[in-house]
Ligand binder design. Structure first.
Ligand code: MOS
Length: 699
């Protein structure tokens, strides 16, 4: 692959839409919409399992300005789509508490809410089952895990190797459900313009929303246009359309007006997905020097009764370290809960927490430094496929991080450093995330004034993607950045994959480079005329050499644990990453910092608690679901090692949206162990878990 020469790429360019955003000129999904927009609210089930018997709408419809009440008794039939969450109002069955059972449309949002409160929904409730446990009789082996990995793998004789290993770790780790909380809640404005449908949607992928909605309503492809120039975060929760999108479209058709449907923060905890809770057993067998002989990672997690979502939690364990024998398994149980969904680094995030926590326990058991332990276990080739790595920068990250963090001379003794009431420790863990790309289309043209417009249906969900793509285009065109205008966030533009799997820039950038190079070639042929090209990278992507492509990182954390209150503070966090070429030093840093911050949240604060009686997540707002605030993040530093990888894409760049969250929680728990001597294997490490453990530990 011929990699672009560096020009605009690498520079710390501020977001091109920054002024629009800070002045409020940038429009988000609920800020669009023509005159006469009506307002819809969704009504969620108040039982976790059973049937809707009736929806009494008389009182609601009697309110002046209420336009419609939709429920399964009057909703239009939909074409079935593969995502069972999107079969909105198609049956009386209730699969989870909060599932949409009605939609109310009115002239104002306040009136729609009032009318929703006035609905009389009668149910036949059935007993529900909402608790994941390791001995659940409903556990089964799914056909595959997301997106299409084998459910189980077996390499060598794990049992024999583990039994023969002089040092063994056998631990079970638990993570709770986690909910995505992007700043901008999910929202859709739907407008039927004749037989055409226009959606202003807060989404990570305009093309795929347009296609899915068209399918659900039996419309020709191309009839639906999805516009989303600005999106206030997604983290996976806006990767695929959620059920409110379907309801908004139904409502707009019903009332013959554009309809705006915002999902409330509370409703997001029910209808926009979450990361499954996990129970993970890790077994590591090693030589006394820490060299691994056997690795087993057995995962238990949940899905719903309407859709199978099988998080690929043990998948990173298949490629991370060398070992003679390895086994990975995933088991699921269908509960009466909302379907889990995508959340930043699905698979790698929870899986690497458990693997890296176990590696830290192995380091203690062997008396080997945890940085060195990982270096000892570097594989030559991808252990799962036997393929070469396109590049593998883990060791470089560990060494660079150790140097910057001041790891040398660290006393490994746990519980040996005290500063008043605070116990102090440091920990390390590794990060990884795949560096893939998908086919994408793009177009490029030269304007009459000599400037360039480059467009594709990419999504800028707040990451700075628009800016990074403009930098890529400028270098591919060999012009200054201000000569390029990017058009993104509209399904009417050439089809592009969604902003997910950290593949956005790799996929879209490949198409932008191809379009810009072709445009340059065309301009040589016809130097004066208007020139436009449109390209598709399917042949390039399908022709990619079979290599193992991953980004890597190392995270170093200092933790202070208050022996009197159980409070944990993180005064220092450092992440060093090997992620190919950095396109934009400023926005890349933000992504990595954001990921690490989310990882600290996972370790210390975040936890969606299920209410067993009502069958719902009960801490469903930002007062009850704690994410890190500024005061929780002190000195957080991000760095990257230089890595040239000509095998990933023409930019030589690996995705950075997700790797920052991977490994952070394990580095925190390692630091907490170093501070206190405690192995706390259930996240998050809140004071109510830490304090009793400290008390138990006291002689
Ligand atoms: Mo990400 S969870 O692949 O949007």
């Amino acid at each position: 692959m011929s990699v672009l020469a560096r020009g605009a790429i690498g520079a710390p360019v501020s977001r091109l839409e920054a002024v629009e955003k800070v002045t409020g000129a940038a429009r988000y999904a609920v800020e669009h919409g023509a005159d006469g927009v009506a307002h819809a609210v969704l009504v969620g089930a108040t039982i976790a399992r059973g049937e809707v018997l009736s929806v009494g709408a008389e009182r609601a419809l009697a309110l002046r300005g209420v336009r419609a009440v939709l429920w399964h008794g009057n909703a239009p039939p939909l074409h079935e789509v593969s995502d069972g969450e999107l079969n909105v109002l198609q049956s009386p069955r209730v699969a989870y508490r909060g599932q949409i059972v009605a939609g109310v449309v009115a002239d104002t949002l306040e009136l729609a809410r009032q009318a929703a409160d006035a609905l009389e929904v009668k149910y036949a409730a059935e007993e529900h089952d909402v608790v994941l446990r390791a001995d659940h009789p409903g556990l089964y082996k799914p056909e595959k895990v997301n997106p299409s990995f084998p459910t189980d793998t077996e390499d060598g004789d794990f049992d024999a190797e583990f039994a023969a290993s002089p040092v063994r770790v056998d631990c079970t780790y638990e993570t709770p459900a986690f909910h995505n909380n992007p700043m901008e809640p999910h929202a859709t404005t739907a407008s039927w313009e004749g037989e055409r449908l226009v959606l202003y949607d807060s989404t990570q992928g305009a093309s795929s929303v347009a296609e899915t909605v068209a399918k659900a309503f039996g419309l020709e492809a191309g009839v639906v246009r999805v516009i989303s120039p600005h999106v206030g975060g997604g983290f996976g929760s806006k990767g695929t359309p959620r059920p409110h999108v379907i309801l908004a479209v139904m409502a707009a058709r019903e009332v013959g007006r554009p309809v705006r449907l915002p999902v409330t923060r509370q409703q997001m905890f029910q209808v926009t997905g979450y990361r499954t809770p996990t129970i993970q057993r890790l077994r590591l067998g090693a030589e006394p020097d820490g060299r691994l002989r056997a690795i087993a990672h057995d995962v238990i997690e949940q899905t719903s009764t309407v859709k199978e979502f099988a998080e690929q939690t043990a998948v990173p364990t298949r490629m991370m370290y060398a070992a003679s024998a390895r086994r990975t398994t995933h088991r699921l149980v269908r509960l009466d809960v909302p379907t889990p969904s995508w959340m930043r680094a699905p698979g790698e995030c929870p899986g690497m927490y458990a693997l890296e926590a176990a590696m830290d326990e192995l380091a203690s058991a062997c008396g080997v430094d945890p940085v060195e332990l990982r270096i000892h276990n570097e594989p030559e080739l991808d252990p799962e496929t036997g393929r070469r790595f396109s590049s593998r920068g883990l060791v470089a990250c560990l060494r660079e991080g150790a140097e910057r963090f001041g790891w040398a001379g660290r006393d490994p003794t746990p519980g040996a450093r005290r500063d008043g009431a605070w116990l102090v420790g440091t920990g390390v863990a590794a990060s990884t995330y795949p560096a893939r790309r998908r086919p994408s289309q793009a177009r490029a043209r030269r304007e009459a004034d000599g400037r360039y417009v480059v467009g594709l249906a990419a999504a800028d969900i707040g990451t700075g993607a628009r800016t990074a793509l403009a930098q890529i285009a400028a270098d591919a065109l060999e012009v200054e950045l201000d000569q390029v205008r990017m058009e993104v966030g509209d399904s009417a533009l050439p089809r592009a994959p969604l902003a997910g799997g950290s593949m956005g820039i790799a996929s879209w950038g490949s198409a932008v480079v191809k379009a810009c190079r072709e445009l340059r070639a065309r301009m040589i042929e016809s130097p004066d005329g208007p020139v436009e090209v449109e390209v598709d990278t399917t042949p390039e992507v399908e022709g990619d050499e079979p290599l193992a492509r991953h980004g890597f990182g190392a995270q170093f954390i200092e933790a202070r644990v208050n022996a009197e209150t159980g409070e944990i503070r993180i005064p220092r966090a450092l992440g060093v990453f090997a992620v190919g070429r950095i396109i934009n030093a400023k926005t890349a840093r933000s992504q990595l910092i954001g990921g690490m911050t989310m990882g600290i949240g996972m370790a210390l604060h975040e936890e969606s608690l299920i209410d067993r009686a009502f069958g719902d997540y009960l801490n469903h707002d930002l007062a009850g679901y704690h994410v890190p605030a500024c005061a929780d993040i002190d000195d957080l530093e991000v760095a990257w090692v230089s890595e040239e990888d000509p095998h990933v894409n023409p930019m030589g760049a690996k995705g950075i949206g997700e790797i920052g969250i991977v490994g952070t929680a394990a580095a925190v728990t390692a630091a907490v162990h170093h501070a206190t001597g405690l192995r706390l294997r259930r996240l998050p490490l809140t004071p109510e878990k830490v304090l009793p453990a400290l008390a138990d530990d006291r002689p």
